[in-house]
Structure formats: structure tokens, C-alpha cells
Write a protein that binds this ligand. Structure first.
Ligand code: CDP
Ligand code: MG
Length: 940
């Protein structure tokens, strides 16, 4: 390891002096002794704050100066307020200005209002439809459709939609809302010879449901996708004809469409499905539509939800009519934890002080934890009451008093599955609700390896959104005769997919959710108690074909105190992207628009995101989109990831940066089977090139996948999901189309050589990552050998750990040359974890960080970033950095306001500045730094 200029020894020594140095030198008297100690404590303080010395060698300084000195770029005035006269007239300028001037109300006023009728098309569509009704496949599918509860409500539905602009439709899952309602409307228009006036959009919360529903509906209409039915999701589309058609799309797609056409001028009906899920996009869309329908009085809005809380939506839309499709479900017997314990005789682990595990016992007794307090207040008295009533075994009541009974216990669930399969001889599938991938695969393995579920008698499916659609289709098929189907699923099976033959349901009682804690500015991913609404939905899954049974893995007492409904997503997540979206949609001041939402988020959460967007230079002080903010809002990723992409394009290292951006935005492709973590860590290290960067690893994984011949073997060997990798590859292509629209690239190929001139320069890529992710910086305290002792937030207030999955996490294996890391995601689960990180040298931080300042102290020149990150430097280095930083800011502003491809192959002033920046920010990795003051304590 190089100890070029990070003086780890100094860091280590900061809290104590070497022996013999603790007292003042002999001979000092009176005031001088005081002065000696005052100076020493000042010097120590300084040491504490300083993160190392940044000092360029003379030759490097000269080389960098030569590159940019005297090469003046056009003298544009960058401080001309809002007139933007410094931006040359361009498509960008016009669309940017139109996006910051005016508002959605004005835009709506300018929009054409009525959909145009095309008479000859009406006739043609009618004839086609009449012919279709005689098609044998259509007829046989129609027989199925006729039996759905929604069919009996067809006339009533059409009437209420005809007579009202907004309608709420609710109904049990599987009654035929998603597949039928849009078809009723379309067929009615076709039959009445008004087909050209009908264009229905039906939004879905998930990509997978948009595709599978569109396929199903096309099937029901005896057509191929792309005739009267199609879909559009972020990476794919198969659009139907323009008139007389239905598009199933994700909610995000509609919001994107509204950026250019807020009036949805070519749409006759918009159906927002699954609104009860309260996702951010659907909450947002519902609020927007309230404004839009004032202008588009002919636009029909249909809100569809499972039978949960649907009244609240009707109330939000001025008490609009609400129609419930009465579904027929069979009665479902309900059992709770006490019953399950009675049936299985299960005992939770009894590890107490008598068994020698004092720590565990103490943890179990934690009196300050709110969960423990609640448990003592409600569950323990309930267990006592049960005991006194004598209905259950004493042992069962004792088990309920154990706080472990409130955690998901896979052993207990396993025992219950065995119990059901052994004691219930009737046919019917078993559906188990769990919270996440790890649990699902754990239980799956437990069942598979237990020998109690031979393949001759059972078919077992895990069901998770990460699985490919092909696998998922098999789940809907009835199990072969004589076999029982067991499905282990996340809450995806609650409302979005319907498996008809389920008779038994096990509800683990929990649901995994992200929750943004404004006080610690951290997201938390935790399994939380389900709401009553979730529990009812889960129970309902058991009674679709005949009477069923549902087992809730929590006590009746717990059932009494869980919330009625789950909190909407918008009050649980960070709002950075939502605010940018609101800005590009021209919704005005955030504090005026957000209160219009059904459940407005906390004003502190809004402020945190506004602050971040200002620090990223996406919004100005008046909350207006800056030119950079405009580009970031146009890219379909979080603002920090978008910024990284733009820098990747400018610095000609696009392919690696796109791979990293896609992985951060979607998910990383590693899928580590349980018990294989160590092996996977080794494999990760093997391809991470020892760069102390998870982001580099993400790039290498995708890059190898894209260039390797045998992808299957590679994925298997390195624990990667080829499905995820193929999605990431598609995302890169999609980012290219956005960059092309924004005019930052001249080709659609992410691997195009002119866009990747510097793609082999790992230190530049790390600097670009830093440019994007700043201010997500954490500071390591390193020991003598450069290993991370502690990780603290930029201001030193919070402590973190590397997530065990990060390549930076190995205490013995990771040696850091720099105490600085940048990260994208920190998440609180069992600890405050940094999920993905890259070690960076100070210069990228000094270069791309905000609040740059310089101070001359008695000890020399210091540069500080964001107030908290201070580096010692020399006057010469400071001057080069300062001048180049000014140039860079000028250049970026110019580039962002004059988007264009940077041609690195032709000499130009632009190129000189970029090369100088690159020389500077990568010089630390190349060893071009003087280390003359290393280990020289007196330099302080
Ligand atoms: O939206 P809702 O839950 O009310 O029902 P739906 O999704 O329209 O489903 C109506 C019926 O179509 C159900 O009985 C499903 O089993 C069936 N269906 C199907 O067979 N294949 C699909 N991809 C979707 C629905
Ligand atoms: Mg549905």
C-alpha cells in the first residue's frame, strides 16, 4: 500500500502523544507554558480535522497549467439571472425555458380539447369487431369471461362511466377489474360505431403485471398483442393501433407522457388500477388528474381498487360515484398463532441465562424497545387470559409470552405446512406469504430437502418479482392430478396476481417495507406488521374456488392492534425524484402542490430533498429547475445517478458509467444463495480488480456478461442473475435514447468508441462516480495498516458499517489508500449499512464537492469542502485547483446549457480543459503527488 500522502500515523496519534512529549519542554516559564499547551491543542485540533495533504509535484502542476492556461473559452456571462441570454438559441434553450416558465394550468389551456372522430375508421372498426364476435376462439374465451362477477355488472359499469367523469370501482381480487373493465368500454364504443373515439390507458403498478395482463386480454380477444391491445413499460413497448385500443402501461410511463402532453389529449379513458397500493406514482397521478379533468371535461377517469378503503378515493374526488363489484368468495376459516401452536406443539428457542447465553437473554428483555413495551402491554396479558380460560394448553400460552413468537419463524411455518399436508386430504393449493427473497428461498429449500415433499406428490413454486415471466406462468396452471401445489410468495400474490385453486393460506403477518426516517436522513428496510387490509386480502386468497382455511402467524391480540391500512409510499420514501418530476410537470411551488396529495408527506422530508436538489445544482434558490436539473428530470433515474450519467458522457467513459447507473437504479445482479456468502465474496473480489469499489464491481459483472461467450457458466460461477443482467443491458440502451434526445451523444450504441475514449481509466470512472454521488460521502478512520476502523458521515455525527455484501467490508482484506468513500445507498436494517461504496482520493472530492473554501492557517494552506472535509495543501496546488475548478464550473455550465457531443479526438479548447481536469483528478492514482512531508510531524 502506498502511504504517499495520507498520513495514517498522524491519524492514529491524534489522541495521544508519544512518550516523553506529554509535558512542556524544560525551561519554559509562566505564560509561555500556557502558550505551549494552547498551540499544541490547536495543532491537535487541526490534525483531527485534516484528512491528509494534497500536494501536486512541480512537474504535474506545470503540465496541468500548460493544458489550460491562456486557452480562454468564449467569454460568456454566466450570471445573468433568469434571462438566459448566455445560452445560444437551440432546441434545448427553447424547451428548457418553456419548462421553467409558465405552469401546467397554462399548458392545459393551450392543449387541444376534443378527440377527433374519424367516421370511416368507426365503420371499419365496427365491422372488424362484429366479425371477431363469431370467431371460435373468441367465443370460447368469452364463455370464461361471462362467468366473472364483473360481467354481471357490465351494464351498470358502462352507465356509471358514461354519466360521470370520475368513478371508483372496487371488487374482490379476481372479479375481473383489470382484464374486463377496459374491454367493456372498448367493445361498447366499437359496437356503437364510435371506435375512433376510444383510446384507453390502464396503468399498472408493476411492469410484470402490465405485460401479463396485456397478453391475457389479447388472448381473450383472440388477437396478437399490438392490434387492439398493447403494453408499454420502461424498457419495452408493444403498442396497439392509435384508435379503438387499450394500452396497459406502468404508472411512470403515463407521468412521462404528461411532461409533453399534460392534457393526455389523445386519451379518452384513463384507468388507474390497484390504487389501494398507494404507490408514489399512482398517488401523484391521482392528484394531477384532479387538475386535468377541469380542462379535459371529456376525459373519463376510472379508479380501480381491491375492496380496501375505496371510499377514501371517492371522497378525495369530491364524493364521486363508487361502484362495488360483489364478488363471490367462499367462507374462509381463520386460525391464529395460538391455534397453530396448539396444532403443531411447536416451541420457540428457549435460550435463557440457565443455558449460558446471557447476552441473548438480556436482549430479549430489552425494556426500552417500543416493540417490547407493546408486547408486554398487549400480548403478555392476552396470553395470561388465555391460560386462565383454559382453552389452550398451558404450554401454548407460555409460548405466546416469548417475544420470539412475534418474529417470522421458518421452522414453525415448515411444521405448519407439514401439518396441513398431512391432516388435510382435500385438494387445493397452499399459498404461503413471506416477506422477501431470502426467506422464500430458505423455506423452499427446507421443504425440498426435507424428504417430506417428494416431487411425485408436490409441486413447489417460489413467487417473487425477480423471477422471469416464463416461470410465473406455470404457477397459474392447475397442479397435475394427485399432486398438491405449494406457492411461496411475497405480497405480490395479495392483489396483483390471482392463483385460482388456492385453498390454504399461511400469512406470516409481516410485510417488508422501506421507510425513510427524516431525523436520521436514512432509509430503513424492515419487516413490519401487515395491516388489517393486507390480512383480509391474504385470507381472501383461500376462498376462490371452494371454502378455504387461513392461518395467520400472529395472535388474536396482535390482530386487534395492527393498523387498518398500510401507510402510503409517498410518506415513507425520499422525495428527490418526485420533486424533480413535479418541477418538470410545472406544478409550481412544492409547498403549494404537495399538500394537495391525498396524504401529503412531512414538510421535513420535503425540505431534505429540496436541500439535496439545491446542493446537486438541480434547483436554484427559488426552487426553479436549473439547466442541469432539467436534464436530470428528463432522465428516468434518481438525480444523483442521472448526474453520474451526464458526467460519463462528457468525460467519454460512458459504457462503464451506464452499467453502474443501471445497477444502482434497478438492482445489482448478484443473487447469493444462502450459505454461499463467503464463496460469493471471494468471487466478487476476484472480478473487482482490487479497486475498493462496489461500483466498479457492478460494471465488471455486466461488462463480462456482455463480452463473455458462455454467459450461463459465468452467471452460475459468479452468482449472478442473467435475467437481471439482461435487464441492465437493456437499461443502458434506453439511457442512450435519453442521452440522444438530450443531445449529449451522437450514437445509440453505449460501446461506441468515441463515447468511451477514457473507459479504461478506472480512476477517472471513480471520479465520475464521485461527481454523481456527492454529497454522499463518508469518512473512514484508518488504522496503521490502512484498514477501516470506523466509518462516519461527512459531518462525523453518524456511524455506519459497510454492508457485508460490499467488497469494502472485509476488515482484514481491505486496505484503503484514502479515508474517503462515496456511496449511493445507506439503509438501516440490522445496523446502519452503507450498501455500495467506492473509495476515492481527495482530489475528486475537492473538485466535485460543494462549498469550496480556502484558508491560510499558521500551519499552511488548507482547502475545505462542505465545511467538514479539510485538506492541507500548498499555495501552488491550491491555485491550480482553484483555477481549474473555476474553469470546470464554467465549462459544465456551458456544456449543460449547450448540450453536444464532446469530441475527444479533435484538439479544442474544450478538450484541453477536460484533459487538464482529468490529469488532475486522476493524478493521485498515478502517483504524481509529492510526499515530502510524509511522517514529518513538525509540518503541523
Ligand atoms: O383485476 P381483478 O383482480 O379484479 O381480476 P383480473 O385480473 O381481471 O382477473 C380476472 C380473471 O382472469 C381471474 O379469474 C384470473 O384468474 C384470470 N386471469 C388469467 O387467467 N390470466 C391472467 N394473466 C390474468 C387474469
Ligand atoms: Mg386487478
Amino acid at each position: 500500500m502506498s502511504k504517499r500522502y495520507y498520513n495514517h500515523k498522524r491519524q492514529r496519534d491524534e489522541d495521544g502523544d508519544a512518550p516523553g512529549r506529554t509535558r512542556h519542554p524544560p525551561g519554559l516559564k509562566g505564560k509561555d507554558i500556557g502558550l505551549f499547551y494552547a498551540r499544541r491543542s490547536q495543532a491537535r485540533k487541526q490534525r483531527k480535522e485534516t484528512l491528509g495533504t494534497v500536494c501536486l509535484s512541480d512537474s504535474k502542476e506545470k503540465e496541468i497549467r500548460r493544458l489550460f492556461y491562456g486557452k480562454s473559452l468564449e467569454n460568456l456571462n454566466l450570471t445573468d439571472g433568469n434571462s438566459y441570454t448566455h445560452i445560444e438559441d437551440s432546441i434545448f434553450k427553447r424547451s428548457y425555458l418553456s419548462s421553467i416558465r409558465g405552469n401546467i394550468t397554462e399548458k392545459l389551456c393551450e392543449a387541444p380539447i376534443d378527440m377527433l372522430r374519424v367516421p370511416h375508421l368507426d365503420e371499419q372498426l365496427k365491422n372488424e369487431f362484429d366479425k371477431k364476435c363469431k370467431d371460435s376462439k373468441y367465443i370460447s374465451m368469452f364463455k370464461f369471461r361471462e362467468k366473472l362477477p364483473s360481467y354481471s355488472m357490465r351494464e351498470a359499469l358502462l352507465k356509471v362511466i358514461e354519466e360521470n367523469q370520475v368513478v371508483v370501482i372496487s371488487g374482490e381480487t379476481g372479479c375481473g377489474k383489470t382484464t374486463q373493465v377496459a374491454q367493456f368500454i372498448l367493445d361498447d364504443y366499437l359496437m356503437k360505431g364510435k371506435g375512433s373515439m376510444c383510446k384507453i390507458i390502464c396503468t399498472q403498478p408493476r411492469r410484470i403485471s402490465a405485460i401479463s395482463v396485456a397478453e391475457r386480454v389479447a388472448d381473450e380477444r383472440a388477437e396478437k398483442l399490438g392490434v387492439s391491445v398493447g403494453y408499454q413499460i420502461r424498457l419495452e413497448k408493444k403498442l396497439p393501433r392509435d384508435h379503438g385500443s387499450i394500452v396497459y402501461c406502468t404508472t411512470g410511463v403515463v407521468l412521462k407522457q404528461m411532461e409533453s402532453d399534460p392534457a393526455l389529449s389523445q386519451v379518452s379513458h384513463i384507468i388507474i388500477d390497484e390504487i389501494h397500493e398507494r404507490s408514489v406514482p399512482s398517488d401523484f397521478l391521482i392528484t394531477l388528474l384532479r387538475e386535468i379533468i377541469k380542462r379535459r371535461t371529456d376525459l373519463k377517469v376510472i379508479l380501480m381498487s381491491a375492496t380496501l378503503n375505496s371510499e377514501a378515493f371517492s371522497k378525495y374526488y369530491n364524493n364521486c360515484p363508487h361502484l362495488n363489484i360483489p364478488g363471490f368468495t367462499f367462507p374462509v376459516e381463520e386460525y391464529f398463532l395460538e391455534d397453530v401452536l396448539q396444532m403443531t406443539k411447536f416451541k420457540f428457542n428457549q435460550i435463557g441465562p440457565q443455558n449460558g447465553n446471557r447476552f441473548y437473554w438480556k436482549k430479549k428483555q430489552d425494556n426500552k424497545d417500543p416493540a417490547h413495551i407493546e408486547f408486554k402491554e398487549y400480548i403478555v396479558p392476552y396470553a395470561r387470559q388465555l391460560k386462565s380460560e383454559g382453552q389452550y394448553d398451558v404450554q401454548v400460552c407460555e409460548q405466546l409470552k416469548d417475544i420470539d413468537s412475534e418474529k417470522i419463524n421458518l421452522d414453525l411455518i415448515f411444521d405448519l405446512v407439514v401439518h396441513i399436508c398431512e391432516s388435510r386430504k382435500e385438494d387445493g393449493a397452499l399459498l404461503v406469504f413471506l416477506t422477501g427473497y431470502a426467506e422464500i428461498s430458505n423455506l423452499y429449500k427446507k421443504l425440498e430437502t426435507s424428504k417430506k415433499f417428494p416431487t411425485s406428490k408436490y409441486v413447489i413454486f417460489p413467487l417473487h418479482s425477480q423471477m422471469s415471466t416464463v416461470d410465473q406462468r406455470q404457477i397459474f396452471l392447475p397442479a397435475p392430478t394427485g399432486k398438491r401445489k405449494i406457492i411461496i410468495s411475497t405480497n405480490i400474490a395479495e392483489t396483483s396476481v390471482t392463483i385460482d385453486d388456492v385453498v390454504f393460506v399461511i400469512d406470516c403477518g409481516k410485510i417488508k417495507m422501506t421507510h425513510f426516517d427524516v431525523d436520521s436522513n436514512t432509509e430503513k428496510l424492515e419487516p413490519l406488521w401487515v395491516s388489517v387490509a393486507n390480512a383480509d386480502q391474504r385470507r381472501g386468497r383461500a376462498g376462490r374456488v371452494k371454502p378455504g382455511v387461513c392461518f395467520h402467524m400472529y395472535s388474536r391480540a396482535r390482530h386487534m392492534i395492527i393498523e387498518k391500512y398500510q401507510k402510503p409510499e409517498i410518506i415513507r420514501v425520499r422525495l428527490d425524484s418526485t420533486i424533480l418530476q413535479a418541477k418538470i410537470l410545472q406544478l409550481g411551488k412544492i409547498e403549494e402542490f404537495f399538500p394537495k396529495l391525498m396524504d401529503p408527506p412531512d414538510s421535513k422530508a420535503i425540505q431534505l430533498s429540496l436541500d439535496l436538489l439545491q446542493r446537486l445544482n438541480a434547483l436554484d434558490d427559488n426552487e426553479n429547475l436549473t439547466p442541469l436539473g432539467y436534464h436530470l428530470a428528463k432522465l428516468p433515474v434518481a438525480p444523483q445517478v442521472g448526474k453520474m450519467i451526464l458526467f460519463g458522457a462528457i468525460f467519454s467513459c460512458l459504457n462503464p458509467v451506464l452499467a453502474i447507473a443501471a445497477s444502482l437504479d434497478f438492482k445489482d445482479a448478484f443473487q447469493i444463495p444462502l450459505g454461499k456468502e463467503k464463496q460469493a465474496d471471494m468471487k466478487k473480489r476476484e472480478i473487482s480488480d482490487g479497486l475498493n469499489s462496489d461500483h466498479w464491481l457492478l460494471y465488471k459483472a455486466l461488462e463480462t456478461y456482455e463480452t463473455e461467450g458462455n454467459t450461463q457458466r459465468f452467471c452460475y460461477e459468479y452468482f449472478l442473475s442473467s435475467f437481471t443482467l439482461s435487464q441492465l443491458k437493456k437499461m443502458k440502451d434506453q439511457f442512450m435514447t435519453y442521452l440522444m434526445d438530450l443531445n449529449f451523444v451522437s450514437s445509440l450504441n453505449p460501446r461506441d468508441p468515441p463515447l468511451n475514449r477514457n473507459s479504461r481509466n478506472a480512476s477517472l470512472i471513480k471520479a465520475v462516480i464521485c461527481a454523481g454521488l456527492f454529497p454522499n460521502v463518508a469518512v473512514l478512520r484508518l488504522d496503521q495498516r490502512g484498514r477501516a476502523r470506523t466509518i462516519r458521515s461527512i459531518d462525523g455525527e453518524q456511524r455506519y458499517k459497510f454492508h457485508p455484501g460490499s467488497v469494502l467490508s472485509g476488515y482484514n482484506t481491505c486496505v484503503f489508500e484514502s479515508p474517503l468513500i462515496v456511496y449511493y445507498k445507506k439503509l438501516k436494517s440490522s445496523s446502519d449499512f452503507i450498501h455500495d461504496a467506492t473509495m476515492v482520493h481527495p482530489l475528486p472530492i475537492i473538485f466535485f464537492g460543494d462549498q469550496f473554501s480556502h484558508k491560510l492557517t499558521p500551519d499552511g494552506h488548507c482547502i475545505s469542502i462542505s465545511k467538514f472535509l479539510t485538506f492541507k495543501t500548498t499555495e501552488g496546488t491550491y491555485r491550480v485547483i482553484k483555477e481549474l475548478r473555476d474553469r470546470m464550473n464554467w465549462f459544465l455550465e456551458h456544456k449543460i446549457t449547450h448540450p453536444g457531443f464532446v469530441n475527444w479526438n479533435e484538439p479544442s479548447n474544450e478538450m484541453n480543459v477536460l484533459t487538464a481536469i482529468m490529469e488532475l483528478i486522476t493524478s493521485e492514482d498515478l502517483g504524481d503527488i509529492d510526499n515530502e512531508d510524509d511522517d514529518d510531524d513538525d509540518c503541523y
